[in-house]
Ligand binder design. Sequence first.
Ligand code: F6R
Length: 240
Amino acid sequence: MRWHVVESYEEMSRKAAAFFIEALQENPRLVLGLATGSTPVGTYQELIRAFREGKISFQQAFAVNLDEYAGLPPDHPQSYAYFMESELFAHVDMPSHHRHIPKGLAPDLDEECRRYEEVIADLGGVDVQLLGIGVNGHIGFNEPGTPFDARTHVVELTSSTRQANARFFDSLEEVPTHAITMGLGTIREARHILLLASGPSKREAIQALRKGEPDPQWPATCLWLHDHVDVMVDREAYGE
Ligand code: F6R
């Protein structure tokens, strides 16, 4: 695991985007594993800028997102499909049939999880997976206690995650109770992983990651079982 401690959110976003820009320039058919949440927004803005400046194209690239709320349609402003559209896809040239997000409205969610695993396999796996980290150490929606070999599955969200995400909804009651997420085993199959963390609220989770031991109570620590992980954190998240 390689650690990059940066001074600010902006620097983290620039460096994360530079990583993707180089990867896309080397391999225009890159399969990008993408995340939602506040952490990657700056990275997406930098990628949009690079696209507008003609440095990269997403025409031949593919995207698979980590997760989606169950029960929200793709045009719901809090769905992750909507987030990806407004924060990245609407501004770049990736064909719509190259973009994949679990379908939160699928009639059979378990079947949707199986289908999603097949989508990833058919693409030949994820080349670079971008991750944020929850205050409880979750990645995707893999909450503490998730087995490290879990595949894409349906999760019941913990109250801590629902409360953390309630800021985006009118009330806590409106936050969905379930979601579909790539499992920790699925995530760990990405060839390269880039985890970003910014701000003091992530410090405890980053401290747990810095211990260097896989601990199921801190799901992100499963990344110690992977050989190609870069962690980019600002000083506030890194601590002393
Ligand atoms: C988002 C995701 C989550 C977030 C995490 C951090 O697709 O899978 O694991 O990365 O909850 O969220 P932010 O970035 O909003 O702090």
